[in-house]
Ligand binder design. Structure first.
Ligand code: TPP
Ligand code: MG
Length: 364
């Protein structure tokens, strides 16, 4: 409810808005609502499941690499795998992804090699020259700055009359940034083919959602920009895929932007540089483990008799093998000379940087 204690109730109401909520699978895998048509394709659901399991195993390995000094700071997506996988799986190759730093699963789905992702988090810019669609954007570290870029990409699609969609992911914390609002406002005015997805994982490092916004939902922020905002169970990959597919199709067909609030929970630390136990109670995290997306889909698939323990074990072994091979390739990459950090910054390096570059090269 809007806190409207001061409104004069004698005055006529001139506008009413609503936010819908989408969910199909309950935390125990039971069906809450008639499933969308694509869900009868159990092969697709198994593919979504495999993608979520892969990224969870990959995240574990990446954190282990960081802890042993072989990777830089890393942001795991533990608990939110269904968001990135559900969204990426609804995109066409020619669409453009503008991810946040926690969307490893979306990049992997789009074809980015695991070793490219490790290279990036290992501090090697060559990880950004990745193996996925060349027009996709790299991980975005400055919070929310991918949103105006997404509006720009979508504006280009519109001007060129290309039936493509920009798909932009950011966190709940990003919704407090001017960038995100400006992008949404511009997208609404120009009815751009862009889908904004906020991964509401309840935390922005140590800032809880209640200190982030006084809005009842994040989805309703889209209403002020003139387009639909819906809230989706971000731990239900069926709901995420359905919502993203509908939004992307609509944007492609000229119906303008759409906003999806994916409600989920960050089960892990913010990054490897964080210790979440210092600011949130263990009981809260334990309670949220009961809602996580992988066990949920596994229960559903097992109930449909399309997934068994043997398949689970085979998948775990397959993921491990794939990850180990990628780690080996990553570790075998020769580091670049330190002075190359100045390359690709400017067409012509300013004097101060040129001097630093020479110094690193061993000159004076
Ligand atoms: C512009 C900017 N300000 C501050 C930071 C430092 N910072 C990194 S992550 C983060 C919190 C972001 O939270 P949220 O948007 O909810 O994303 P999440 O980490 O939960 O995925 C902040 C403040 C940054 N990277 N960029
Ligand atoms: Mg967050």
């Amino acid at each position: 409810m809007i806190a409207s204690g001061r409104a004069d109730e004698q005055l006529p109401v001139i506008a009413r808005f609503e936010v819908r909520y989408r969910n199909y699978l309950a935390p125990d895998g039971a069906i809450n609502r008639k499933l969308p048509a694509f869900a009868s394709d159990t092969r697709l659901l198994v593919t979504l499941y495999r993608a979520m399991v892969l990224v969870r195993a990959f995240d574990l390995k990446a954190v282990a690499l960081q802890r042993t000094g072989r990777l830089g700071t890393y942001a795991a997506s533990l608990g939110q795998e269904a968001v990135s996988v559900g969204v990426a799986s609804a995109m066409r190759e020619e669409d453009v992804l503008l991810p946040s730093y926690r969307d490893n699963a979306a990049l992997i789905w789009r074809g980015v090699k695991l070793e490219d992702i490790l290279l990036f988090w290992g501090g090697d810019e060559r990880g950004n020259r990745f193996s996925g669609p060349v027009q996709d954007f790299p991980f975005c570290i400055p919070v929310g700055s991918q949103a105006p870029q997404a509006a720009g990409v979508a504006y280009a699609f519109k001007l060129r009359k290309e039936p493509r969609v920009a798909v932009c992911l950011f966190g709940d914390g990003a919704t407090s940034k001017g960038d995100v609002w400006e992008a949404m406002n511009f997208a609404g005015v120009h009815r751009l083919p862009v889908v904004f997805v906020v991964t509401n994982n309840q935390w922005a490092i140590s800032v809880p959602l209640r200190l982030q916004t006084a809005s009842e939902t994040l989805a309703q922020k889209a209403i002020a920009a003139g387009f639909i905002g819906e809230q989706v169970d971000g731990n239900d990959v069926v709901a995420m895929h359905a919502a993203a597919e509908a939004a992307i199709d609509a944007a492609r067909n000229g119906q303008g932007p759409h906003f999806i609030e994916a409600v989920t929970y960050r089960l892990g630390d913010h990054t490897t540089a964080d210790d979440a136990a210092r600011y949130r109670p263990t009981e809260e995290v334990q309670a949220r483990w009961k809602e996580e997306p992988i066990a949920r889909l596994r229960s559903f698939l097992a109930g449909q008799n399309v997934w068994s323990k043997t398949e689970e074990e085979r998948l775990a072994a397959e993921c491990q093998q794939r990850i180990d091979a990628a780690v080996e390739r990553y570790l075998a990459v020769e580091p670049r000379a330190p002075e190359t950090m100045f390359d690709h910054l400017y067409a012509k390096l300013p004097k101060a940087y040129a001097a630093q570059r020479r110094e690193l090269e061993g000159g004076s």
